[in-house]
Design a protein around this ligand. Structure first.
Ligand code: NAD
Length: 494
């Protein structure tokens, strides 16, 4: 199967000589398809189509634009199982999570469709007589979406659906590892009747297609999700080109377990947050900050439960942990085991690439637990993006907050405590964009803003109404019905 670009409603080969890259099932190592690698010329073609389409799309009433999202959501719902199966084959997450991710896209479609009848601005009194003042959201034009492989559908919907309802057209560059889900979405856009050129998909390397998008004068916004390292490059190049750049980047998320916590609940939350999606969620828990009084007990319970986790092909319903995305990721994760040991941490479980039997051909890593980790160690500060947790002992609530906040990232954090005062202090003092009380670090809902502080983001948010701020421009409109010249801030002293 050859996957080509989706431009102006057509599946289209690259303008230059066609280069293809294999798409590999991380569970088996088998080839699933070949995806086209495009060039700057393909970005030009897509932008030209998007620019033409956007002119009329912007004039379509927002509730009518939203009706296409209702149809997209309906088709996704109808095809939920097939989409989830493809997602699991291509990305590796277990099928239950695949279904969950597709559901997130469906929810986002219906939620954003509702925005077609809201897209609220403000009406406000004017300081002058016989004058009316309001602010309205206006579309921006052609926007660029760059997405990672770990949530091939959900993240794309967080970005493209608000872009659509707000009256923009878009160029989407999916990760090269997960183009099949992008093709599924392209087909759905077409079947839903979305006008040609509103949605365009260009496959290729970040350094080539991504760079061309950031440098294209007709793309006004880049909404990027990926690593902090890449995000920095996107911000630098985008800044030079005066683009609006929305960045959602890496994390080093922590679960805090206080001495008064419900330990069993904490164990469940840690296991799900740390090992779900094989630790490859931007919100994955990779640090457990635990009070000294309950450390041994928590550790013991974690180790017992970790022993019972089934690892394998995510299409098998009984499997709890799937593979990691590719060989490179496997090697990166494994390199941290040596780093952790050299730094003096105690490796209590895992720390190995799984081979032989049903693991052959796939990229499987054993759920790993380090104890006696100091907050200054690299394994406690750097994003590993795999099934590895580090236990850090603290002796007070204040110390827990300090350790949580000491990393360069600020995506998600969690605290387990039965003390309501502590819970409220924690939501005030934890410096991440997402905070959970008595739940793990993963589990965001689409109608709330998603994103983080510090090295995780640059102040924008995906999903929720906040996403509309990325894809709209504010216009302030004054209507003077006095019939005479009135000068604001001059003719009126209040
Ligand atoms: P990545 O940074 O390698 O790639 C992300 C996307 O950027 C891909 O489409 C890639 O092709 C593209 N890209 C690469 N170089 C580029 C360049 N120079 N210019 C423009 N685009 C370029 O990230 P990944 O490995 O695909 O994803 C994993 C990372 O994403 C992790 O760090 C994870 O924490 C992060 N992530 C963050 C969130 C969030 O919302 N904060 C969500 C999911 C994943």
């Amino acid at each position: 199967m050859k996957l080509t670009n989706f431009v102006n409603g057509q599946w289209q080969e690259a303008a230059e000589e066609t280069r293809f890259t294999p798409v590999i099932n991380p569970a088996s190592g088998k080839e699933l398809a070949h995806v086209q690698m495009s060039s700057a010329e393909d970005v030009d073609r897509a932008v030209a189509a998007a620019k033409t389409a956007q002119k009329s799309w912007a004039k379509v009433p927002a509730p009518k634009r939203a009706s296409y999202l209702y149809e997209i959501g309906r088709i996704m719902k109808e095809r939920k199982e097939q989409l989830a199966q493809t997602l699991t084959k291509e990305m590796g997450k277990v099928i239950e999570e695949g279904r969950g991710e597709v559901q997130e896209g469906i929810d986002m479609a219906f939620y954003m469709a509702g925005e077609g009848r809201r897209l609220f601005g403000e009406t406000t009194p004017s300081e002058l007589a016989d004058k009316f003042a309001m602010s309205v959201r206006a579309p921006i034009g052609v926007v660029g979406l760059i997405t990672p492989w770990n949530f091939p559908v959900a993240i794309a919907t967080w970005k493209s659906f608000p872009a659509i309802v707000a009256g923009n057209s878009f160029i989407w560059k999916p990760a090269t590892e997960t183009p099949m889900m992008a093709c599924e979405m392209g087909r759905i856009f077409k079947e839903a009747g979305l006008p040609d050129g509103v949605a365009n998909i260009v496959f290729g390397a970040g350094s080539e297609v991504g760079t061309a998008m950031i440098e294209h004068p007709d793309i006004k916004v880049i909404s990027f999700t990926g690593s902090t390292e890449t995000g920095r490059k996107v911000a630098e190049a985008g800044g030079r080109n005066l683009k609006k750049i929305s960045l959602e980047m890496g994390g080093k998320n922590a679960v805090i377990v206080m001495e008064d916590a419900d330990l069993e609940l904490a164990v469940e939350g840690i296991l799900w947050s740390a090992f779900g999606t094989a630790g490859q969620r931007c919100t994955a828990c990779s640090r457990v900050i635990v009070h000294k009084d309950v450390k041994e007990e928590l550790q013991k319970r974690l180790l017992t439960k970790m022993g019972g986790l089934t690892i394998g092909d995510g299409l098998d319903e009984s499997v709890k942990i799937g593979p990691v995305i590719n060989q490179k990721a496997l090697e990166k994760i494994h390199s941290y085991i040596e780093i952790g040991k050299q730094e003096g941490a105690s490796l209590l479980a895992g720390g190995e690439i799984l081979r032989g039997g049903h693991y052959d051909g796939g990229n499987y890593y054993a759920p790993t637990l380090f104890s006696d980790v100091d907050a200054s160690m690299r394994i406690a500060r750097e994003e590993i993006f795999g099934p590895v947790i580090s236990i850090i002992e603290i002796d007070s609530f204040e110390a827990a907050i300090e350790v949580n906040n000491s990393v360069i990232y600020g995506l998600s954090s969690s605290i387990y405590t039965r003390d309501v005062n502590r819970a409220f202090k924690a939501q005030r003092d934890l410096d991440t964009g997402i905070i959970y009380i008595n739940a793990g670090t993963t589990g965001a809902e689409i109608h709330l803003p998603f994103g983080g502080t510090k090295g995780t983001g640059n102040g924008h948010r995906d999903s929720g109404v906040a996403a509309l701020d990325v894809f709209t421009e504010w216009k302030s409109v004054y209507v003077d019905f006095s019939g005479k010249l009135q000068r604001a801030q001059i003719d009126n002293e209040i």
